[in-house]
Ligand binder design. Structure first.
Ligand code: PMP
Length: 401
């Protein structure tokens, strides 16, 4: 059955890449952008770039309005209860570092920070460093054979010493949804702060922070079909106010004297320096575009793509799928073949996938694997992309014996 994407033409890069013989299956690393974004960003630069929040002239007023409109759209997208719960950073990675510095004063030696065994380095290393600075214990929730945090074990590890739970919503390697509702409830029952890494989850339809009940939620614009250089940190208002300021400079200050300064409340107080204005405006356009789609149709399309991908991988002998993927990405290994060799041969045939450890080295250590190939899908992919992928995979395996 043909599996076509009604949204493919909205992403001009797909046909440009196709004309070059390229099949893009690396959207979990970064996604292609809709025309709506390009038009908006072009319009912004074309009509006059200006710095925000210093508006004594028209271009600055216009830029500030567009910039703050994205904050409002983002707050609605996440179902935050107010616009000022949205902080713009320069990426998801920066948001995690902001949290690890901003929350430092909340912890005392011996406190426990809980993460899972499948975290991306961005939601691991900042906590690891914080633990070292403050003498905290990093407690790791193990995952089961399907690739999900084991709730039974988790309920024994989250306890009175737990001060923070930082957990991925959707694994960037296994494509598995984590049991967040249960984990957040466990963490809240012991009074711990909860941080959700939504970098992958938000792309596949889960973005209601109030339903999740988390204190903080982080994502990167570029994976959600938006521009690079921009991350979003949602924080419940009282929790945001708990954060120490972590970067210092222009914009975030109310009064500065030579000896000291008074800072703005969040979000401004956490946004030192000139933000990525064009990127923020572009994200607003992307969210506008995504908001106009039939979310249920997107979900069904991605689910059909994933089924076809997993079925094709499972029916090939010597191919092992990692875990049980539930959203549009899957990783696999081929018996006796190094993932880098396979990725090179796929790349030579115009198949863009990602090999290696996907910034989740501890996960690969626990799986006792040196790496894998990840295929990640987006709403613009269709059945023809998968046909080309499987043809290239079979040809590569033939060559590799
Ligand atoms: N978390 C997850 C699950 C990710 O997949 C990524 C990006 N690979 C990040 C965090 C970090 O995002 P960024 O590199 O855009 O800061």
């Amino acid at each position: 059955m043909a599996l076509t994407s009604p949204w493919r033409a909205d992403f001009p890069a797909i046909s440009v890449l196709e004309a070059e013989g390229q099949t893009y299956l690396d959207s979990a690393a970064t996604a292609q952008k809709p025309q709506a974004l390009m038009d908006r960003v072009y319009g912004y630069f074309r009509s006059g770039a200006a710095n925000v929040h210093r508006a004594q002239h028209l271009p600055s007023e216009r830029a500030t309005r567009a910039f703050e409109a994205t904050r409002e759209t983002t707050a609605r997208w996440l179902n935050a209860s107010a616009d000022d719960e949205i902080v713009f950073t320069h990426g998801a990675t920066e948001a995690f570092n902001l949290l690890a510095y901003g929350l430092e004063a909340q912890f005392q030696s011996g406190d426990e920070l809980v993460i899972s065994a499948l975290e991306h380095h961005a939601n691991l290393l900042p906590w690891q460093q914080l633990a070292r600075r403050k003498g905290l214990r990093l407690v790791v929730l193990p995952i089961d054979a399907q690739g999900r945090v084991d709730l039974q074990v988790a309920s024994g590890l989250i306890g009175p010493r737990t001060r923070l739970l930082a957990i991925s919503q959707l694994s960037n390697v296994l494509g598995t949804w984590q049991p967040l509702t249960e984990l957040i409830a466990l963490a809240r029952s012991v009074g711990a702060i909860t941080v959700v890494d939504g970098a992958q989850g938000i792309v596949h339809g889960r973005h209601d922070v109030q339903a999740l009940g988390c204190d903080f939620y982080v994502f990167s614009s570029h994976k959600l079909y938006g521009p690079e250089g921009l991350g979003v940190l949602y924080g419940r208002r009282d929790r945001l106010r708990m954060l120490e300021h972590w970067q210092f400079g222009g914009e975030m200050v109310r009064h500065a004297r030579l000896e000291d300064a008074d800072f703005h409340a969040p979000p401004m107080g956490l946004e030192a320096g000139t933000p990525a204005i064009g990127a923020v405006i572009g994200l607003g356009a992307t969210l506008g575009y995504l908001g106009g789609l039939d979310a249920e149709a997107v979900r069904r399309h991605e689910s059909a793509l994933l089924d076809r991908l997993c079925q094709g991988l499972r029916q090939r002998t010597g191919v092992r799928l990692l875990g049980e993927p539930q959203a549009a990405l899957a990783s696999f290994v081929v018996e006796g073949v190094h993932n880098a060799d396979l990725a090179n041969l796929l790349g030579e045939q115009g198949i863009a996938v990602r090999a290696g450890q996907h910034c989740a080295m501890p996960l690969y250590q626990s799986l006792e694997l040196g790496g894998a190939i990840r295929v990640s899908l987006a709403l613009y992919n269709d059945g023809s992309d998968l046909d080309r992928f499987f043809a290239a995979l079979d040809a590569a395996r033939e060559i590799l014996g």
